[in-house]
Structure formats: structure tokens, C-alpha cells
Design a protein around this ligand. Structure first.
Ligand code: GDP
Length: 195
């Protein structure tokens, strides 16, 4: 739908927003594309110039998905990385529309400092949080339990998923829908009728 360079530049609408964050290469773009069944959607956020923006996608009529800039790019200059991190935390701390955060992590990795910090900030605000452990097609059966346990250090809400074979995607979609329903704006006049 649109992109924004800062909190102040975010769209003025009433749509609830669910943000996706993840270390570069975690599989965030592939996951957003797979969830929305739209090839190339989140790739648009990877086009030069957009990797430093907040990118907004429509998910049906009543929900927006927000692709946050990735972190941990080896090649991003430090000054740039600091700017992007500040913009992201400003959005997460202060965006009124934000209802939940999906933290995307390669399920073969252990959570790191950035992920712990993100989850802690969100937990304090009382918003929803989900850990999406991607690329689970690469895990052997025996490795899955370990991966789930490791990710559960962040939050007990963990879903292992794969953009390759679609595992876990319906569970994630269900969670997004639940959040969206819980936060849907009341239809006009509903409050008056109920009272
Ligand atoms: P992003 O930087 O977090 O947006 O990561 P991408 O979505 O661009 O994915 C990074 C790499 O991981 C790409 O080579 C993808 O093809 C691969 N990848 C992403 N998701 C999966 C997955 O579920 N399974 C497997 N096997 N590879 C994946």
C-alpha cells in the first residue's frame, strides 16, 4: 500500500497493524509472501531504497501487515544501522495502530540480543507477540523439539513454519486473524444498539 520513512510519515488510518521483524536472511520476505500467497510482495521492500523504510501491505480489508527493516546486515554502515534501529523502535514504542509483532527467526539459530530486546519491549506494552521459527523444513524430527524449546525462551507462543512446504502457515494466519478480530473497530452504531 505504502512505505514510510519514520513514525511521523506513517499512514493516518484506523487499520490495525501487525508488524514483522527479523534478522536479515531469516526468511521474513518469504514468510510474508507465503502467508499472503503473493509472490514478490515483500520483495518490493528489498528493492534499493526500501530496505530502510516501514513497508505497509494490505491483508484483506481490515488489517495491514508492516514489514520492518531487517537488522544484522553485515554490509550496512553503522550510522545507517543505528538510524534504522531508532526508527524501528520508535514505531514499535509509539504506533497506536500496532496490535502485535511477529518475530521471524531461522529455526536453526538461537535467539540473540536483538530478539530478546524486541520481545521485552512488546511484552511491556501488552501487545501480541508470536515467534515464527522459519525454514523448519531443514530440521530433522529430533531437532524440532530443541528448536521449539530454544525459541520458547523468547515467548511461549512459537510456531515452526516453512515458506517452502507451507508448514505452519495456517496456524500463523489463524493467529493474525484472531488478533485482527480482537482489535477490529466497532461498526458504526453498534455501541448504541448494544446499550
Ligand atoms: P529475509 O532477508 O529475512 O527477508 O529472508 P528471505 O525471505 O529473503 O530468505 C533468505 C533465504 O532463505 C532465501 O534464500 C530463501 O529462499 C531462504 N528461505 C526463506 N524461507 C525458507 C524456508 O521456509 N525454507 C527454506 N528451506 N529456505 C527458506
Amino acid at each position: 500500500m505504502t512505505s514510510a520513512p519514520s513514525l511521523a510519515g506513517c499512514p493516518r488510518w484506523e487499520l490495525p497493524e501487525i508488524a514483522f521483524t527479523g534478522r536479515s536472511n531469516a526468511g521474513k520476505s518469504s514468510l510474508i509472501n507465503a502467508l499472503t500467497a503473493t509472490k514478490g510482495l515483500a520483495r518490493t521492500s528489498k528493492t534499493p531504497g526500501r530496505t530502510r523504510l516501514l513497508n505497509f501491505f494490505a491483508a484483506g480489508e481490515y488489517l495491514a501487515l508492516v514489514d520492518l527493516p531487517g537488522y544484522g546486515y553485515a554490509r550496512m554502515p553503522e550510522v545507517e544501522a543505528t538510524k534504522v534501529a531508532a526508527m524501528t523502535s520508535e514505531y514499535l514504542d509509539s504506533r497506536r495502530n500496532l496490535i502485535a509483532l511477529v518475530v521471524v527467526i531461522d529455526a536453526r539459530r538461537a535467539p540473540e540480543r536483538e530478539e530478546f530486546a524486541l520481545v521485552e519491549a512488546m511484552a511491556q506494552s501488552g501487545r501480541g507477540i508470536l515467534i515464527a521459527g522459519t525454514k523448519c523444513d531443514k530440521l530433522k524430527r529430533s531437532e524440532r523439539a530443541t528448536a521449539s524449546r530454544r525459541l520458547a525462551q523468547l515467548s511461549r507462543d512459537v510456531i515452526l513454519c516453512s515458506a517452502l512446504d507451507n508448514e505452519g502457515l495456517d496456524d500463523i494466519r489463524r493467529r493474525l486473524l484472531e488478533w485482527s478480530r480482537e482489535n477490529a473497530p466497532h461498526p458504526r452504531g453498534a455501541a448504541a444498539k448494544e446499550s
